[in-house]
Design a protein around this ligand. Sequence first.
Ligand code: ASP
Ligand code: MG
Length: 416
Amino acid sequence: MALLVQKFGGTSVADPDRMRAVADHVARTLKRGHQVVVVISAMGKETDDLLRLAQEVSSTRPGREMDMLITAGERKATALLCMALHDLGVEAESFTGSQAGFITDSTHMNARIIEVRPDRVRKALDEGKVPVVGGAQGVSIDKNVTFLGRGGSDTTAVALAHALGAEVCELYTDVSGVFTSDPRVVDNARKMDRISFDELLEMTANGCPKPAMRSVEYARTHGVNLHVRSAFTWEPGTLVTKTAASPDGSDDMEQAIISAVVYDLDEAKITIAGVEDRPGIAGRLFRALADRNINVDMIVQNTSEQGHTDISFTVPRSEVERAVETSRALQTELGARAVTYDDHIGRVSVIGAGMKTHPGVAATVFETLAANDINIEMISTSAIRISCVVDEDTVERAVQVLHDAFELDKGPALAD
Ligand code: ASP
Ligand code: MG
């Protein structure tokens, strides 16, 4: 008998039939002798609908009231699922995030979990009930309802699995697992049986939309095993665990050289040409951007020629205007010749923990892009990732040819 946290996303509970199908799955899991705690998202597109409604009603949208509004979606879903479970003879009890013990900071619309005290959830379990917890919500230290942000239900599920010491946190969604690439772009993208926390974290940080990045970070930090799987076919999905490369070496799984190719079309590139090459320039520029809360991703600085150099960096597209404005305001002070930007770029990233011990991966990436006449505008790397910024129109092709070059459709090529 194991304790499982089962999280169901919005599409999994989009209508009454889906809600009953989920209840049925929970009931069958119990019959196999397991204990289940459910975390649930708002039904279908309800979160988007509530956001739209707020926009139509108000131009100010105070954070406290936004959180109260948005979290209502999950709260409704918890009660409905409990009703469906009761119909199947399963005792269930709904909990808001606050009732389930989620204490957060008071950053409305994007609250951070400070602590989870799941006493009531544990008590319900001890009484043989299925606790059904509203995702993406908590209560702040000053006792206001808070929303953990878009995709926050994944984080709720992982945090609860950790707090309860659950064996695994199952994230049920509308795809059957984590794929080697976006199946909408790569026909022969393959569902992976298994992937490491580190690799999935790089994937979510570089364009893979699900699971939510924060939840993967939380799972990695606390060693919560994840199982990303489908609430439509119910087939086994992708396990997310540590690997042989993890510090405690607790797992001797063989490591693929390259696991996935992901892309991000949500960035823009800014170039500051001809800044003076002296200490303090980069600090001045990036402090100014940070002070305006602009998230900078890639940064490239050239070697200087005759005392001047170029700095390029990327930011989310939604922040490009503010970033250009901030940079232009500093142009004279930095001694820069020009500030230009390009918001028709995309970032393609190849990810694999095995590249750490396997030379030549970067060369293969660059040669493959070159052979397909795709120009690389910027490059950045981590220990397990190589990213290239390319023209927006070449992104899909770049993803396809790299997926082919590393034969990701065939199953993992293993590192030594
Ligand atoms: N319903 C919220 C959203 O769509 C929270 C979640 O499902 O994770 O962002
Ligand atoms: Mg969702």
